[in-house]
Design a protein around this ligand. Structure first.
Ligand code: ADP
Ligand code: MG
Length: 419
C-alpha cells in the first residue's frame, strides 16, 4: 500500500495537501521532523496517518484544552474510538481509569503539565510510543509567544521514552524559533518541511481612524460582512464592551477571553463552531487550533503584540479556501497601548527583588515556594498574571542544571525588554 492508498483508505481524501506527504515520509522513515505548514493545511493528518501505519500509539502534546478537545472530537467523528485525552479536566478517578487502560488507545493526547508527572511517564514508558507529535510547537520556544516552562521537560521525556520519532507542528515559527524547538526537544538531527505562509484568499486591509470611530466602524463591518467572524482585542474589557454593543444593535456577538472560567470558554467556543452565533469578540486567548472553515473575516480592533500572532490570528479566516477579509482598525498611538498592556502584565523589578529577598530570608527550597505561593504572591503584591509569570519562571529553573541558571535568568530579563 503506498501513501496515497493509505490516505484514501483511512481518510477518504483523494490527495495530499502541500507539505503533508513529505512530512509523513520523514516520520515513516524514522526521522524527526519540524513541519511549518500554513493554518488549515491539515497538520493533524501528519501524525494521524502515520499513527495508522505504525505499530505503537501516538502521543500528541497539545498546549490548550480547547485545542485538544477539538482534535479528539474530530477523530471520534471519523469513528476512531481509540482516543483519549489526559489533562487537568479529568477527575482523579477518570485519570486513574484512563491511565490503567492506556494500552488500549492509539491516539493519546496530553497536556505538557500532565506529561511532567512520574506516574504518567512510567505508564507511557511501558507502551512503546511510536511517534510523539507536538502541536503548535512554537509554544515550546521562549522566543515564541507563549512561555510554558513545562515544555522544557519535553526533551528529557522524549529520551526517557526511548527517543521515538518526533514531529513538531506549527504554522508560524521563524528560523530562530525552529532552532530553539529542536534544541529544547533535544533532537540531534531532523528534517524541516517549511511552506510559505501566504494565503492568497485572505485580503488584508488597514483602516486608519480615530479611537472613538472604531466602535461604529466595527459595527458597520459586522453588519455588512457575511458569515462568522472574529474581532480581536488586546483588552478583555473592550472585548466585553464591544460584544455588548453589537448585541444591543441586534448582532449575535459573544465575548471570549482568559478571564472567563474554563467551562464558559469551552461552551462559547463550541457554540461558535456550531454556528449558534456569528461574531466572537476575543482576546488572543481565542482561536489557537480552531478548526472552523467558514470564518469570513478577522477584524483587529487593537494591534497584536507580535507580528507572528497577527499572522496566526488572521490565518483563521478562509480556511475553506473561499475569499475572506482581514481588517486592521488602527488609531494613531495604538502601538503604545499594546506596549502598555504588555508592560502591565510583567512583574516589576522591585517586586521580583522583594520576592528573592523573601526566599533567601526564609531559606525556601523550590518546593517551599510552591507551598507558600499565596503568601509570597501577596507579600510582593503580584497580580494573578504576574504571579503566574514569576512562578513559571521559578519552576523552569528547577529543571535546569546550575550552570544554565545564569543564562536562563539573563534570557528572562532580556525577554522582558523585548516584549
Ligand atoms: P491545521 O492544524 O494545519 O490548521 P487541521 O489539521 O485542523 O489543520 O485540518 C484542517 C482540515 O483539513 C480538516 O478538516 C482536515 O480534515 C482537512 N484535511 C487534512 N488533510 C486533507 C487532505 N489531504 N485533503 C482534504 N482535506 C484535508
Ligand atoms: Mg492544528
Amino acid at each position: 500500500m503506498n501513501l496515497e492508498q493509505a490516505l484514501n483508505r483511512y481518510f477518504q481524501f483523494p490527495s495530499f495537501k502541500p507539505g503533508q506527504k513529505e512530512t509523513i515520509q520523514s516520520i515513516l522513515a524514522g526521522r524527526h521532523a519540524i513541519a511549518m505548514l500554513p493554518t488549515g493545511t491539515g497538520k493533524s493528518l501528519c501524525y494521524q496517518l502515520p499513527g495508522y501505519m505504525l505499530d505503537g500509539p501516538v502521543l500528541i502534546v497539545s498546549p490548550l484544552l480547547s485545542l485538544m478537545q477539538d482534535q479528539v472530537e474530530q477523530l471520534k467523528g471519523r469513528g476512531e474510538k481509540r482516543v483519549v485525552a489526559l489533562n487537568s479536566f479529568l477527575t482523579p478517578i477518570e485519570k486513574r481509569n484512563a491511565l490503567s487502560s492506556l494500552q488500549n488507545y492509539k491516539f493519546i493526547f496530553i497536556s505538557p503539565e500532565m506529561l511532567g508527572t512520574r506516574l504518567v511517564i512510567n505508564k507511557l514508558k511501558s507502551l512503546r510510543i511510536s511517534l510523539i507529535a507536538i502541536d503548535e510547537a512554537h509554544c515550546i520556544s521562549q522566543w515564541g509567544y507563549d512561555f510554558r516552562p513545562d515544555y522544557l521537560k519535553l526533551g528529557e521525556v522524549r529520551q526517557v521514552l526511548g527517543n521515538p520519532a518526533t514531529l513538531a507542528l506549527t504554522a508560524t515559527a521563524t528560523e530562530e524559533v525552529r532552532k530553539d524547538i529542536a534544541r529544547l526537544l533535544k533532537l540531534d538531527s531532523w528534517d524541516e518541511h517549511v511552506l510559505s505562509v501566504d494565503r492568497p484568499e485572505i485580503s488584508m486591509s488597514v483602516e486608519i481612524l480615530g479611537q472613538q470611530e472604531k466602535l461604529q466602524r466595527a459595527f458597520e463591518l459586522v453588519s455588512n460582512l457575511q458569515g462568522p467572524g472574529i474581532i480581536y482585542f488586546s483588552s478583555r474589557k473592550m472585548a466585553e464592551h464591544v460584544a455588548a454593543f453589537l448585541r444591543d444593535k441586534g448582532e449575535q456577538a459573544m465575548a471570549y477571553h482568559g478571564g472567563l472560567d474554563q467551562e464558559s470558554r469551552i461552551l462559547i467556543q463550541q457554540q461558535f463552531l456550531n454556528g449558534q452565533f456569528n461574531v466572537v469578540c476575543a482576546t488572543s486567548a481565542f482561536g489557537m487550533g480552531i478548526n472552523k472553515g467558514d470564518i469570513r473575516y478577522v477584524i483587529h480592533y487593537h494591534l497584536s503584540l507580535q507580528l507572528e500572532s497577527y499572522l496566526q490570528e488572521i490565518g483563521r479566516a478562509g480556511r475553506d479556501g473561499n475569499k475572506s477579509l482581514a481588517v486592521l482598525l488602527y488609531a494613531p498611538g495604538d502601538e503604545q497601548l499594546s506596549y502598555q498592556l504588555a508592560e502591565a502584565e510583567l512583574p516589576e523589578s522591585a517586586q521580583v527583588g522583594r520576592l528573592f529577598a523573601l526566599i533567601r530570608e526564609k531559606c525556601f527550597e523550590p518546593d517551599d515556594v510552591e507551598e507558600n505561593a499565596e503568601f509570597l504572591s501577596a507579600s510582593c503584591g503580584f497580580s494573578e498574571t504576574q504571579w503566574r509569570i514569576v512562578a513559571n519562571f521559578l519552576k523552569s529553573l528547577r529543571q535546569e542544571p546550575a550552570e544554565r541558571l545564569k543564562e536562563q535568568i539573563e534570557r528572562f530579563a532580556e525577554k522582558r525588554l523585548l516584549i
